[in-house]
Design a protein around this ligand. Sequence first.
Ligand SMILES: O=P(O)(O)OC[C@H](O)CO
Length: 373
Amino acid sequence: MHGIWREGNHFELLPEASRFLPAMFEALERAESSILIELYLMESGRLASALIGALIKAAERGVTVMLMLDGYGAMGLSSEDRQRLEAGGVALRFFNPLGLHSLARNLTRDHRKLVVVDGRVAFTGGFGAVDEFLDAWYEVAMRIEGPVVADWVRLFCRLWDSPLTRGSGASELVHGLSTETHQAEGYRGMTGRVVWGQGYRYQAIRHSLHRQINGARHRIWICTPYFAPTFSLRLRLARAARRGVDVRLLLPGDIHDHPGVRYAGQRFYGRLLKAGVRIHEFQPNFIHAKFSLIDDWVTLGSCNFDHWSLHWNLEANQEVVDRRLAGEVAELFKRNFAASHEIDPQVWSRRPRWQRLKEWLYGSLDGMLSRLR
Ligand SMILES: O=P(O)(O)OC[C@H](O)CO
């Protein structure tokens, strides 16, 4: 199954939790037949409790509710919450729980973020069911309707029914799900496709990004919370900037959940700045969103474009080619650039020694991790 471009979809950009959480909860409340949720992070707390409540309510009115969590990312979900879900009729499965397996197997994580309701509406983005998404982290999601939703359902079904997934939820449940394509009147005919990655074994998201960068004519704007780019990505960005494309990165500032990753990525700033890449560090809070805009091509989803995303994780993004949506994403980028600190190449070249030391230290660690197989 390869990502196929499909016409006649509708994509709505939902920046910030205050937009996407109400939209998701409303969709869950209206569910009539099925709810499929696949998440990397779920930890007991306010958001998880609200989600559990909404899922149990749906199950009680006869909706088939399937929740698939990463076995590592869900370690913060208490046994009480797990029991509550199961007792409430929610089918629960975990992808690849940690165990006495090879290192490679334990490092393989399901990093996708997906909610599908009734096979008709889907949401993806960088979100998880942890309280940080309520107000502490800046996140962006997308609401999806149209034929591509069936591709998200297929992606979910394949993993739910895979030998790497465990749990009390019956694996056969997916056999009854419809992957019929839905197209409603009034859709504005947006073109999109679902792309996914499976570590270094299948890298469609990465190859797609590379193709777009190579062919970019006007702009390449990338937002990622964990900027630890591969050599080939850095090379392509620098080449594009040198040939006159407006290349900008929107990255987190001092507020970061893994500051070491930030230092590791900062070791590449000098060369990128020299090539003409502009780097903006977001100031208001931790920007955890993962979205990019290259000319009129948009990609948004789970992929961080770091070594973990590209070498180990299962990832999935929604790609869209649509001028109007691209305009909205451009406006969102501009608002976020305005709330960022732009790195000045001259000032950066004179940064203190302690900063360079941290870049070297965390950079060496990142280099070692990227060579793990
Ligand atoms: O892996 P992400 O991008 O979903 O982010 C999760 C956080 O890094 C957990 O600390």
